[in-house]
Design a protein around this ligand. Structure first.
Ligand code: NAD
Length: 263
C-alpha cells in the first residue's frame, strides 16, 4: 500500500533513539523528508546517517531541547528553512521523572509541564497555520497508555499526558475541517533504552535479575513480549498517511493488549 507520504516534510522531535527514532525511520521508509531533533548532536548525527543510508531520503537534524522556548523555535525554524513547511508533526520528548504525589515540589511539576505539555502545544501552534492554509496536515503526539489506565509511581506522566490528550482531542475538533488530523499514540512496554534502564533500576532496587523483571512484565502482556519500536513506528506511518485522513482525535495504544478496557 502506498501511504502517500513521498515528498511530504516531517518534523519528529526527540528522535535520536527509541520511539521517536522508530517513527522517523518509518516515515522515511515511506519516502517522507525529515527533520529530527534531540538535545545531543552526536546521537542525532548517528541517527540521521543511519536513516539516510537505509532509506535514501533527505534527513536533516537539529540539536534542540523541546522543553525550552528556544529549542521549540529552533526545531520549527530548521524544518521551515529546509523544506518550507511541515506536513507531518510528531511531538515526542523524554518522559518526566517518576515519583509519587509527595515526591515532587512544584518546580519539578513546572519542568514536566514544559517538557510534556508545552512542547506539544507550542509545536502544534507553530505548524498549524501552514497546515490549515494547505488544507493538509498530520499531528501525531506520543503520550502513554497512562491516559487510559494510570500507571503507579509516575504521577507527572499520568497527570500531564491527560492534559495533552484533552488539548489534542479538542484541537482535533477545531481543525478537522481544514483537513488536519490530530491523533495520540500510546506506548506501553516498548523495548527502548528508557525501558531497559527502568528495568535495570527495578532489578537493582529489588535485588532480582533484569531477566526476572522482564518475565514479570511479559506475564502482564497478553502478547507475552515487549513491543518493538518499529511496531510503534508503523502506527505513526499509517496515521500520517493519506489513508488515515478520516481518523482524528483518537488515542491509539500499541501495547500488545495490556489495557484490558473495552474502549
Ligand atoms: P528514550 O529515552 O529511549 O528516548 C527518548 C528520546 O528523547 C531520545 O532521543 C532523547 O535524546 C530525546 N529527548 C529527551 N528529552 C528531550 C528534550 N527535552 N528535547 C529533545 N529531545 C529529548 O525514550 P522512549 O522509550 O523512546 O520514550 C519516548 C516517550 O514515550 C517518553 O516520553 C516516554 O515516557 C514515553 N513512553 C515510552 C514507553 C515505552 O515503553 N518505551 C511507554 C510509555 C511512555
Amino acid at each position: 500500500m502506498d501511504l502517500g507520504l513521498r515528498g511530504k516534510a516531517a518534523l519528529v522531535t526527540a528522535a535520536s533513539r527509541g520511539l521517536g527514532r522508530a517513527i522517523a525511520e518509518a516515515l522515511a521508509a515511506e519516502g517522507a523528508s525529515l527533520v529530527i531533533c534531540a538535545r545531543g548532536a552526536d546521537a542525532l548525527e548517528e541517527a540521521r546517517d543511519a536513516i539516510t543510508k537505509s532509506t535514501g531520503v533527505d534527513v536533516d537534524m537539529v540539536a534542540a531541547d523541546v522543553a525550552t522556548d528556544a529549542g521549540i523555535a529552533l526545531a520549527w525554524q530548521h524544518a521551515r528553512d529546509r523544506y518550507g513547511r511541515v506536513d507531518v508533526l510528531v511531538t515526542n520528548a523524554g518522559g518526566p521523572p517518576s515519583g509519587l504525589f509527595e515526591t515532587h515540589e512544584w518546580d519539578v511539576w513546572q519542568h514536566a509541564v514544559e517538557l510534556t505539555l508545552r512542547s506539544a502545544v507550542e509545536l502544534t501552534r507553530l505548524v498549524l497555520p501552514g497546515m490549515k492554509e494547505r488544507r493538509w496536515g498530520r499531528i501525531l503526539i506520543v503520550t502513554s497508555i497512562a491516559v487510559k489506565q494510570p500507571v503507579d509511581g509516575v504521577m507527572l506522566s499520568n497527570s500531564l499526558r491527560a492534559a495533552v490528550t484533552g488539548c489534542a482531542r479538542t484541537t482535533a475538533n477545531e481543525i478537522a475541517r481544514y483537513g488536519v488530523t490530530v491523533n495520540n499514540m500510546l506506548p506501553r512496554y516498548t523495548r527502548t533504552e528508557r525501558v531497559e534502564q527502568l528495568n535495570a533500576a527495578t532489578a537493582a532496587r529489588e535485588g532480582i535479575t533484569v531477566e526476572d523483571v522482564s518475565h514479570r512484565i511479559e506475564a502482564q502482556i497478553p502478547m507475552r513480549r515487549l513491543g518493538e519500536p518499529r511496531e510503534f513506528g508503523a502506527l505513526a506511518a499509517f496515521l500520517a498517511s493519506e489513508q488515515a485522513a478520516y481518523i482524528t482525535g483518537q488515542s491509539i495504544a500499541v501495547d500488545g493488549g495490556w489495557i484490558r478496557s473495552l474502549l
